[in-house]
Design a binder for this molecule. Structure first.
Ligand code: GDP
Ligand code: MG
Length: 453
């Protein structure tokens, strides 16, 4: 889903965060990449230009400097992207709910009706679907088949050609459900016939929500569609389907935001589970491949904590790496917040994160805590020269008793320390005698990768 855009956004924020100086060349290249990616994702050109102009202006503003400027630009980029993605609208369920799905032929109404039914059914609601698409012979059957697969009760009458009659016919059965999904007929275009049919159904059914279904592959054309449907009918929200099968999803999403038609769900595949609620904030986080704005800010700080870099540089140049240094690393990891956030901060580890179960992440955090306790029970000599612990295992016993941390944890700590030390030693940069910010990044990356999960 919008993989290309996602890749460029990640690259852009990385470039800003890693830059020592945000000079004009860098800025120009960032802006060019951004523009190209957004336009490729089908975001409307004036919107793209407006966004990139704002960023350029902020970047060239002499009054803001250094870290502050980076923060400012990242925040701006983040906020502008959120604003073009639109407002979040969450559906609040009432005691009784009827959602009517409308849209043109083949836009994904039937599929979405069952996906939404399944979504709420899994959350404990009593849900069913009613098939009122009387225009296509196989439409009702399709709804029924999809529903049967997921144990969603579906009410259809393939013989009846009047959708209002079908609705009335099933009234007794429908009483026991707290959410009813109504699948309606489409047309090739929004014509008078379709408008009349939906208006009639609307006054009979009185749905809580009329949801317009549109596929992402129509891109910016979603704007005219949404506008027209909104004018003709009281559309309360939009479902964008087929987000998985196009690079144009940015167009459909931002187009809906432009006409203030809130996107509520997005369809991300053909299967019933391929449905997500749409929240611009978390959608963007995912595109950026990390947590929220705070995480982004932390990323900048973690990268440009210049004093810390200098200190570590000096120690490493002297060939020193003690448990104190490891402790500093552990501290900074803790201060950054939860382990999963740290994982998404380390370039290349965002993906790994998805594969690590929550429980394991917690264990990792526990481990860090243990290690820090253990270090507190060590003598300065042991901290400066942890090798002696391996030679005299009675020391490990003592530390274990003193800190209440099992000896196995202490051994794991020593192992981690040794591994890092070797890694640092083997780095060619030590021979070169100079450590730039890039090298530090590399080191951080390696550090992350070598952490065992
Ligand atoms: P309707 O005519 O509006 O009822 O559209 P359908 O629900 O029959 O869907 C039309 C086609 O789009 C079907 O082949 C669906 O499997 C497919 N479809 C619907 N939603 C999605 C989606 O989110 N992703 C993908 N890849 N296909 C979808
Ligand atoms: Mg259909």
């Amino acid at each position: 889903m919008l993989e290309k855009l996602s890749a460029v956004l990640k690259k852009t924020t990385d470039k800003i965060a890693n830059a020592i100086f945000l000079d004009k060349n860098l800025l120009d290249s960032i802006i060019k990449d951004l523009q190209r990616a957004l336009i490729e994702a089908d975001v409307n050109v004036p919107l793209v230009l407006e966004l990139t102009q704002k960023i350029k202006k902020a970047a060239l503003d002499e009054r803001i400097k250094g870290l502050e400027k980076k923060e400012h630009i990242i925040k701006l980029l983040h906020d502008e992207l959120i604003s073009i993605l639109g407002q979040k609208r969450e559906i609040k369920l009432e005691k009784k709910n009827i959602f009517m799905l409308v849209g043109l032929f083949g836009f994904g109404k039937t599929t979405s009706a069952i996906k939404i039914a399944s979504y709420y059914s899994k959350r404990g609601h009593k849900v069913c679907a009613v098939g009122l698409d009387v225009h296509r012979p196989a439409a009702a059957e399709q709804l029924k088949q999809l529903g049967d697969k997921l144990n969603i009760p579906v009410f259809i009458n393939s013989e009846e050609k009047n959708p209002k009659k079908i609705w009335k016919e099933f009234q007794p059965e429908l009483k026991e459900y707290d959410l009813i999904l109504v699948d309606t007929a489409g047309r090739d275009a929004l014509d008078d016939g379709l408008i009349k049919e939906i208006k009639d159904l609307n006054s009979l059914i009185k749905p809580n929500e009329i949801l317009l279904v549109m596929p992402a592959d129509i891109g910016q054309a979603a704007k005219t569609q949404a506008q027209k449907f909104k004018e003709a009918l009281n559309i309360t929200g939009v479902i964008i389907t087929r987000m998985d099968s196009t690079a144009k999803g940015g167009g459909a999403l931002t187009a809906c935001a432009e006409v203030k038609a809130p996107v509520i769900f997005i369809g991300t595949g053909e299967k019933s589970i391929d449905l997500e609620t749409f929240d611009p904030e978390s959608f963007l986080s995912r595109l950026l491949g990390m947590g929220d704005l705070k995480t982004l800010m932390e990323k900048i700080h973690s990268v440009v904590d210049e004093k810390q870099i200098e200190k570590t540089q000096k120690r490493l140049q002297e060939g020193k790496f003690t448990l104190h240094d490891l402790e500093t690393q552990l501290d900074s990891m803790e201060s950054l917040g939860s382990m999963d956030k740290i994982l998404s901060l380390i370039p290349g580890l965002g993906k790994v994160k998805e594969k690590i179960p929550e429980a394991q992440l917690e264990t990792q955090q526990e481990k860090i805590k243990h290690w820090k306790h253990a270090i507190k029970s060590m003598t300065e000599e042991e901290i400066e020269n942890p090798e002696i612990l391996e030679k005299q295992t009675s020391r490990i016993q003592r530390i274990s008793k003193g800190s209440g941390i099992p000896t196995s944890s202490i051994r794991a700590l020593l192992k981690q320390y040794k591994m890092l030390k070797e890694m640092i030693k083997s780095q060619s940069f030590l021979q070169e005698g100079s450590l730039g910010q890039k090298t530090m990044m590399k080191l951080a990356k390696k550090f992350g990768k070598k952490m065992k999960f």
